[in-house]
Design a protein around this ligand. Structure first.
Ligand code: FES
Ligand code: FE2
Length: 337
């Protein structure tokens, strides 16, 4: 399988109105989205086969997208017609589409991968986020797959830098996934937030995640306990973060964020306070992006890096990104888009 053969969440459903188009890039391929007359999402190559105008610059006519340059039209399967040359056979690539969890997902027509399951029963949906990281896929995944940086980069989710050496990290790779579990002394949170969450100085922060590679995404669980485990924080988080290359230099991070609260009231108070936690998640991701913006070298190879005990995950994820996501036998071909 190649990169386009996996299901990717590429655009918020509600942003694609009928009669409108959206032009996107996924793994270097240009994709035009529009809705057919019935409202179904169509995804076709955003390059008109005639003279390469972007189809997303055109308009929707019934079930077809009409190129603005010379009026050739294409249906959701990519079958084209030319007004000037009716007998000319032309077509363009089309993609399978699906709408789920508030997003439009696409993949190539040829593949049959499993659709990534989002399991957040008993959690409250805080929202979906879309961020663009100015770094290649591997470096982006590296960032979101280690917590050594949490002592310095983050305000809420992470470990006390002075006690980072106490943090226990455990790796459980399988052929298709990499699970990482971390536990250690939490960093000091903003006092009102710590009070609301029921977190005291010296409590343990638990950060578990499993990374999958068809497509590339990590599922995180965050929570806190007292050092002896008898008391748990009032809230837990579950995040699904999908990492997909826009091109060789930029990676999209599409997040589906959930939380669970033990406070009384509708959704444990999350319904009225969700804007605070939405802002918090957005801020934390932007703090990660700032690090990736300032990398001195964005070569995704780990050769020459001096890696720490938290970084074993880098090699594990690279091997699976190469083999499962890119469909390239690991180690044979240099890491490129
Ligand atoms: S470039 Fe699209 S119709 Fe000519
Ligand atoms: Fe981070």
């Amino acid at each position: 399988m190649g990169m386009l053969d996996h299901w990717h969440p590429i655009f918020p459903s509600q942003k694609l109105k009928r009669g409108k188009t959206a032009g996107l890039q996924l793994a270097g391929s240009l994709i035009c989205l529009y809705r057919t007359a019935e409202g179904a999402v169509a995804a076709v190559n955003d390059v008109c086969p005639h003279r390469r105008l972007k189809l997303s610059y055109g308009r929707v006519v019934g079930d077809r997208i009409e190129c603005k340059y010379h009026g050739w039209t294409f249906d959701a399967c990519g079958n084209g017609e030319s007004p000037s040359t009716p007998k000319l056979h032309t077509c363009t690539d089309a993609y399978d589409t699906r709408e789920a969890h508030g997003y439009i997902w696409v993949k190539s027509k040829a593949s049959t991968p499993e659709f990534p399951e989002i399991n957040a029963d008993n959690y409250y949906h805080l929202g979906n986020f879309h961020h663009v990281v100015p770094a290649p896929l591997e470096l982006t995944v590296d960032n979101f797959n280690e917590i050594e940086h949490s002592g310095t980069v983050h305000d809420t989710f992470g470990y006390d830098l002075a006690r980072m050496h106490e943090v226990k990290v455990n790796f459980e790779p399988t052929d298709a996934t990499v699970k990482v579990t971390n536990v250690g002394p939490t960093k000091t949170l903003f006092k009102p937030l710590a009070w609301v969450l029921g977190i005291r100085k010296g409590d343990l922060f638990h950060d578990h995640w499993t990374t999958h590679f068809s497509p590339v995404y990590s599922v995180y669980d965050h929570w806190w306990t007292s050092p002896d485990g008898s008391r748990e924080s009032m809230m837990r988080w579950r995040l699904y973060m999908f990492f997909w290359p826009i091109d060789g230099d930029r990676t999209a991070v599409t997040s589906f964020v959930y939380a669970k609260s033990r406070f009384p009231g509708p959704a444990g108070g999350l319904r009225i306070s969700k804007w605070i936690f939405r802002r918090e998640v957005d801020r934390e991701v932007r703090q990660d992006i700032a690090m990736l913006e300032h990398m001195a070298d964005k070569n995704p190879s780990i050769d020459g890096m001096k890696l720490s005990r938290f970084d074993r995950v880098l090699g594990l994820t690279r091997e699976r990104i190469q083999r499962i996501y890119r469909g390239i036998p690991a180690g044979r071909i240099p890491l490129t888009l």
